[in-house]
Design a protein around this ligand. Structure first.
Ligand SMILES: Nc1ncnc2c1ncn2[C@@H]1O[C@H](COP(=O)(O)OP(=O)(O)OP(=O)(O)O)[C@@H](O)[C@H]1O
Length: 216
């Protein structure tokens, strides 16, 4: 999947005042590559990620997925794309506290029908093994470290084998060891499976594996 952003803009309104956060951003993201969106806090990294991931609407410009103009599509079409082709890893992990690791990973894709329970369990077993959290499979989020919870978030995002993965500050609160595990996993996942990976970060953890770095 290729994402093309053409002159995209995003404004936030506080009262009557408009703040232009993304101003005329253009870029083409290609499959099989890892891109970093970098910049200081408040520069608009999360905003840009959520526009490209179709979580929020642009105020100007165009977004194409594989040459199809998608920014004008209706909500249903965007939801289907997000559900089938896009995996998102959120900055705050976004895990459900009442569910254990396996349930957190598989439930969404079983509910949406992306995977059968058998497929989901089989794939989640492989993924948590690669991410080195197999011993935590029955734990609840509050029984795990930040690095372990982040890996659960990654496992959940890639369970359905999406073509595109967005990660928002995936290593911001992690130590060196956890960062290393996540960086090498992301590199392998992207390059071996020809996925498009877009990472918003203010850190240098991914610099060595990035195909391009976009400074905001
Ligand atoms: N929903 C919103 N309503 C109004 N302003 C917003 C909203 N979301 C973000 N902003 C503003 O837009 C700007 C960019 O925010 P964004 O979260 O995209 O930056 P960021 O680069 O990801 O920052 P950080 O590294 O701190 O996460 C900030 O000034 C922020 O205050």
């Amino acid at each position: 999947m290729i994402i093309k952003a053409e002159n995209i803009k995003k404004c936030y309104y506080t009262g009557k005042e408009a703040h232009l956060v993304i101003d005329d951003f253009s870029y083409t993201f290609e499959e099989g590559k890892i891109y970093l969106i970098k910049g200081l806090s408040g520069k608009g990294k999360t905003t840009l990620l959520s526009l490209l991931a179709l979580l929020d609407d642009i105020d100007g410009g165009k977004i194409y997925y594989d040459n199809e103009l998608i920014s004008n599509a209706n909500m249903d079409k965007k939801c289907v794309l997000r559900s089938k082709e896009i995996g998102i890893v959120f900055q705050d992990y976004g895990l459900l506290q009442e569910l254990n690791v396996i349930e957190n990973i598989i439930l969404g894709d079983i509910i949406t029908g992306n995977l059968s329970e058998v497929e989901a369990l089989e794939r989640s077993d492989q993924i948590i093994n690669m991410l080195q959290i197999s011993d935590k499979k029955n734990c609840y989020p509050n029984e795990m470290s930040g690095g372990q919870q982040q890996r659960v978030g990654i496992a959940r995002a890639i369970l359905k084998n999406p073509k595109i993965v967005f990660l928002d500050e995936p290593t911001s609160s992690l130590d060196g060891e956890n960062t290393k595990i996540i960086v090498s996993f992301i590199e392998k996942y992207c390059h071996e499976n020809k996925k498009l990976v877009i990472i918003a970060t203010h850190l240098d953890s991914f610099d060595n594996i990035a195909d391009d770095i976009i400074e905001l």
